[in-house]
Design a protein around this ligand. Structure first.
Ligand code: NAP
Length: 258
């Protein structure tokens, strides 16, 4: 149905676990060449071996802390060198530790903004020359419903970082458009990942009850959207958001779900 993206070179931050690993798997299955980025080298090498197994799929791990601009520049250079350029960048790395506003330390705030928001800036900045050379550059951000649409106690810093990604995206879209590069954001609801599992069974149960489609999301649900945004056919979409939440943000109350 869509023009193949086989042979494209992709970088996925936070591609060693959870949603990012699902996105990387989706691109690898379509024949793209994928660099996955994270801080934990053991987990990263293991994920790359797993994602690259069973065929000619080129998946490699590049160690990087996205909160460090020098680390981002080095990772983008390494990914280009290993995978022959760079066509698609998925800014997905993120953390979601809880801290209530009254007790939040400057360090806790900086950690979340540094990884989730500034990390997005640093990776995109580093990738601009390669995306310009590509001629069909794509940037896909993993934002969230939390922040741009909803709130959650303990996540004021997280919500600000995820809403901030959208503010970044809209102005970046204008600057990148001149080179034909698109930038869009996916806004997941509650997706089953290692990170979400850390929130505990009670959190997972109560979230499930608030989702009209009756289930938590899968990493494949998000990967499909990322793949779509990377296609030729999505080339006229930029600066936009796509909510993937099973309808979670639609009802105005639990009673409204009927
Ligand atoms: P996860 O399972 O905890 O995975 C997070 C990934 O990000 C890991 O690969 C981790 O690797 C990497 N990472 C974290 N800090 C990093 C840093 N400083 N530099 C480089 N990589 C880093 O999380 P997830 O649930 O898949 O979430 C992924 C993204 O989706 C996040 O941006 C999150 O905000 C967003 N999201 C998730 C959900 C959900 O329900 N799961 C909902 C909405 C939005 P290392 O730890 O090895 O660095």
């Amino acid at each position: 149905m869509f023009t193949s993206i086989s042979g494209r070179s992709v970088l996925v931050t936070g591609g060693t676990k959870g949603i990012g690993k699902g996105i990387a798997a989706g691109f690898a299955a379509e024949g793209a060449s994928v660099a996955i980025v994270g801080r934990d080298a053991d987990a990263g090498e293991k994920a790359a071996a797993e994602l690259g197994a069973g065929g000619a799929r080129a998946v490699s791990f590049v160690r990087c802390d996205v909160s460090d601009p020098a680390s981002c520049a080095a990772a983008v250079a390494e990914a280009q060198q290993r995978h022959g350029g760079l066509d698609i960048v998925c800014c997905n790395a993120g953390i979601f530790p809880a801290a209530r506003l009254a007790e939040m330390t400057p360090g806790q705030l900086e950690e979340v903004l540094g990884i989730n928001l500034k990390g997005t800036f640093f990776i995109v900045q580093a990738a601009i020359p390669a995306l310009e050379r590509s001629g069909r550059g794509r940037v896909i951000l993993t934002s969230s419903i939390t922040g741009p649409i909803t709130g959650y106690s303990g996540w004021s810093h997280y919500g600000a970082s995820k809403a901030g990604q959208l503010g970044f995206m809209r102005s970046a879209a204008l600057e990148l458009a001149r080179a034909g590069i698109t930038i869009n954001a996916i806004m997941p609801g509650n997706i089953i990942t290692e990170g979400l599992a850390d929130m505990g069974a009670e959190y997972m149960r109560s979230m499930e009850a608030s989702i009209p489609l009756g289930r938590l999301g899968s990493i494949e649900d998000i990967a499909s959207a990322a793949l779509f945004l990377a296609t030729e056919e999505a080339g006229y979409i930029t600066g936009q958001t796509l909510v993937i939440d099973g309808g979670q943000t639609v009802p105005e109350s639990l009673e409204a779900m009927g």
